[in-house]
Design a protein around this ligand. Sequence first.
Ligand code: NAP
Length: 281
Amino acid sequence: MILVTGATGTVGSAVVAALSGSDDRVRVATRDVAAVRDELADVDDYTRFDFTHPETWGPTLVDVDRLFLVRPPAVGVDRVREFVDAAARIGVEHVVYLSVLGAEKNPILPHRRIERHIESSGVAHTFLRASFFMQNLAEVHRRDIVEHDKIFVPAGTGKTSFVDARDVGAVAALALTEPGHDGRAHDLTGAEALAYADVADVFSGVLGRRITYADPSVVAFVRRLRSRGTPLPFVVVMLGIYTTARLGLAARVTRDVETLLDREPIAMRQFVAEHADAFRE
Ligand SMILES: NC(=O)c1ccc[n+]([C@@H]2O[C@H](COP(=O)([O-])OP(=O)(O)OC[C@H]3O[C@@H](n4cnc5c(N)ncnc54)[C@H](OP(=O)(O)O)[C@@H]3O)[C@@H](O)[C@H]2O)c1
């Protein structure tokens, strides 16, 4: 039995999709079973699960031997670590944890603190250290593209090795179902690093209208997000991410996706083409 946390989220839903058709039983963890029951195909095992409600953990973990672990951005590190302990106690044999690219270099990063806890738990584990998801463009930044024909992030000319979350989900499914991933960290990026001006050009080419890169100041960026009601902690996290990109620290490209999936990573052009309707609304 594979338990997928964050199963309704960007990567978790890709993990569930990648596992569909496999012989393994899959359990979807969500805070709101009723809301998602009919949305995820090929899954009939749902459990109400909340990191902040430990009384939901026991039923969630019954019969589980493998765990896909996501830390939702709003959930504290301690809660996730306690859940790892509960999983270890109940006999979960393998944890595949969604981390971030470069986590190993930053001991105070929440993701690295969770990685270290998993390492010390004694449970077999695989870390997926993912670069920035292409899907962010279709989520937090979609409105700027649709309404203003602009990509509005303060990343300067820095490049980012964007990865499609579906590739992350496909690698997670492999790590959960085939041997050979224990004790390993996979660094998951796209095949190339792109500056946001390059990304805007890809959008223009695919959508057939001119999309430009706005490169706003930090103040303008914060103002716009706050005016839309984006919570301050989320804005701060995004500023950290785009500052990292601006400094040229988000550009590392690896071949892990290609090696593991035996195909090229999904390219930005394909991602935009497949989401074109969402950018035209
Ligand atoms: N965005 C990026 O570019 C990027 C890159 C690398 C790594 N990451 C990491 O990826 C992780 C986020 O993954 P994602 O983008 O796939 O997630 P997401 O789309 O933001 O979805 C969050 C998921 O967490 C669940 N959730 C929220 N609060 C919860 C709680 N209290 N208890 C249990 N479940 C809860 C939600 O499920 P329900 O609402 O159904 O309960 C939802 O499925 C973060 O750790 C982030 O740092 C992000």
